[in-house]
Ligand binder design. Structure first.
Ligand code: AMP
Length: 190
């Protein structure tokens, strides 16, 4: 299985679709947000640093993230393929990911971009706030996360385009419809 990078704004469904892809293709899953929330829960040094950024809707510094990612990646079984969910979020992270994979004789694989309008994103995140109670799912922090996404992460789509691995899926009102299209896209690449 090729690696997959799932890409999109906060609330675009990266975690939800990753779970479905993992089940269907038996891949590994690296969610950097989940890794960081785990560190916070365990009260580690890294967790303490991460909390300050996450609560403000800001990104954790690239060098720290790149370090964490390489360690988590190396803990996964080789050859099965991994979904990167929430990473990379900056051009520096993308360049570092490419370098790390190349050093190991692996490829970036394919990038799956989820495009969802901002009103739907906000509604979803506010609903998630009620269900999961994530500290960064309040309207003020969500707005900051959208701004950071537009400024630092969205330009990366072009980077993936240049790599020739960008596959865009636009929200069509139903998760099932999206999944069908995404699975077709993955099957065509493998
Ligand atoms: P997520 O669960 O992917 O929405 O991530 C939640 C928060 O964790 C983000 O708003 C960032 O503060 C932080 N985070 C997760 N992944 C990264 C990353 N690749 N680079 C920097 N910060 C990250």
């Amino acid at each position: 299985m090729k690696n997959i990078i799932i890409f999109g704004a906060p609330g675009s469904g990266k975690g939800t679709y990753s779970d479905e892809i993992v089940k269907r293709y038996n891949m590994g899953h690296i969610s950097t947000g989940d890794v960081l929330r785990g560190e916070i829960k365990n009260g580690t040094e890294l967790g303490k640093i991460a909390k300050g950024y996450i609560d403000q809707g800001q990104l954790i510094p690239d060098d720290l993230m790149i370090d964490i990612l390489a360690k988590v990646y190396d803990s996964h079984e080789e050859g099965r393929g991994v979904i990167f969910d929430g990473f990379p979020r900056t051009i520096a992270q993308a360049e570092a990911l490419k370098q790390m994979l190349t050093q190991r004789g692996h490829d970036l694989g394919m990038m799956i971009e989820l495009v969802v309008d901002e009103q739907t994103l906000m509604e979803r995140l506010l609903r998630r706030a009620e269900i999961e109670g994530r500290a960064d799912d309040n309207e003020e922090t969500i707005r900051k996360r959208f701004a950071v996404y537009h400024q630092k992460t969205e330009p990366l789509a072009q980077w993936f385009e240049q790599e020739g691995i960008r596959h865009t899926f636009t929200w069509k009102g139903s998760k099932e419809l999206m999944l069908e299209e995404i699975f077709k896209g993955i099957d065509a690449e493998n």
